[in-house]
Design a protein around this ligand. Structure first.
Ligand SMILES: [Zn+2]
Length: 306
C-alpha cells in the first residue's frame, strides 16, 4: 500500500496532564478517524458547539501559545506541540477529545506524543494525501523580525534563528528538513522561559501550570532544571517545533522553505494568513505515485506500514 496514502492511528491513545497556562488537569484522548476527516478537536466537557476545526484563520490568540476558537467562542489552546507531532508523523486524520480548554503540556516537548503514537502504530487508508505547495515568496515582517515562505522542490525546510540577550541562549540558528532529517532532537526540545518572566506571565493569567517538569527555566547563567539541556540547540529546536505545529494548522502538510528570524506563534500565523489569503501563492496537490516528491518516500517508509 502506498506510503502516500492518508494515515490515522491504529488505536486510541490517552494523555493525562495539566495545561501549561490554565494549570487545569486535562484528559486528552486521540481516536482514529476516517480518510478526509483532517484533525478535529472536541471539548468533551461541553455539550454543544464543541467541535473545533484547526485552521490558520481561527487562531484567536498566538501570544505564548496557539489558541483556536470556533464560531461559537469555544476554544482549545496550546495545540502546537501535538500538531507538530502529527505533522512530523504524517498523521492526516484524527479526533482529539479533551475535557478542558487546554491540551496537556506533558514535559514541554512533543516527546510523549511521539513515543506513544509510534508505539500504537498507524493505519493507512486507500486515499491519497494532499499537500500545500508554495508557489510564490511571501514575507511577513515586523522590524527586523520576519518569516518568509518560499517555493521548494520536494521538501519542507524550516530555517529558524533566535536572538536573546540571555547568556545561555544568545543567537541560535538551525535548519531542519522535516521529511528527510531525523526529528528526534526537535521533538524532544522543551519550551523555555526566563526566571524573571515567570511572575510576569502569572500576573497576566499565563503559565499557571508551569514548572521545571514542563519548561526549561533560565536564571542568570544557570539552567534551573536538574536535567539541564537535552540537545545543544534545544532553544531554537523548540521554536522549529512550534513553527511546524503552527504550519500544520494550514490543514495539510506543506512543501516549501520557511525562514524566520526571531519569529514566534503570532508571526507564523500572520505569515500563513498572508500566504493562504491569495490563491496564487500556493496550490493544493493530491499526491499520486507519478508526482511523488521523493523525500516523502525516504522518510520512514517501513514505519508507516499498516
Ligand atoms: Zn512550544
Amino acid at each position: 500500500m502506498s506510503v502516500l496514502n492518508q494515515k490515522t492511528i491504529k488505536n486510541s491513545a490517552k494523555f493525562e496532564g495539566i495545561g501549561l497556562h490554565s494549570g487545569k488537569k486535562v484528559l486528552m484522548t486521540l481516536f482514529p478517524a476516517p480518510p478526509n476527516t483532517g484533525i478535529i478537536f472536541k471539548r468533551s466537557d461541553l455539550n454543544n458547539n464543541n467541535l473545533i476545526y484547526p485552521s490558520v484563520f481561527n487562531v484567536s490568540s498566538a501570544s505564548y501559545c496557539t489558541k483556536l476558537t470556533n464560531e461559537y467562542g469555544v476554544s482549545v489552546s496550546t495545540v502546537e506541540h501535538l500538531m507538530a507531532a502529527l505533522c512530523g508523523l504524517g498523521i492526516d486524520n484524527l479526533f482529539v477529545e479533551l475535557n478542558s480548554e487546554e491540551l496537556p503540556i506533558m514535559d514541554g516537548s512533543a516527546k510523549n506524543f511521539i513515543d506513544v503514537l509510534q508505539n500504537i502504530g498507524f493505519k493507512i487508508s486507500d486515499q491519497p494525501i494532499r499537500i500545500i505547495k508554495i508557489n510564490k515568496k511571501v514575507t511577513y515582517s515586523d522590524g527586523e523580525k520576519f518569516i518568509k515562505f518560499e517555493p521548494n522542490k520536494i521538501s519542507l525546510e524550516i530555517d529558524f534563528e533566535i536572538k536573546y540577550k540571555q547568556n545561555l541562549i544568545l543567537n541560535q540558528r538551525n535548519s531542519i528538513n522535516i521529511y528527510m532529517n531525523d526529528l528526534t532532537d526537535m521533538y524532544n526540545s522543551r519550551t523555555f522561559c526566563l526566571f524573571e518572566d515567570v511572575e510576569k506571565l502569572k500576573k497576566i493569567g499565563l503559565a499557571k501550570g508551569g514548572s521545571l517538569e514542563n519548561a526549561i527555566v533560565l536564571k542568570g547563567n544557570e539552567i534551573l532544571n536538574p536535567e539541564k539541556l537535552r540537545n545543544t540547540k534545544e532553544f531554537v529546536n523548540h521554536k522549529i517545533l512550534d513553527c511546524l505545529g503552527d504550519i500544520y494548522l494550514a490543514g495539510y502538510r506543506m512543501v516549501g522553505k520557511i525562514t524566520s528570524s526571531q519569529g514566534g506563534h503570532n508571526m507564523t500565523n500572520q505569515g500563513l494568513r498572508d500566504l493562504l489569503s491569495n490563491n496564487d501563492n500556493f496550490s493544493i496537490i493530491e499526491l499520486k505515485e507519478k508526482n511523488i516528491p521523493h523525500s516523502f518516500l525516504i522518510k520512514n517508509p517501513l514505519k508507516t506500514s499498516a
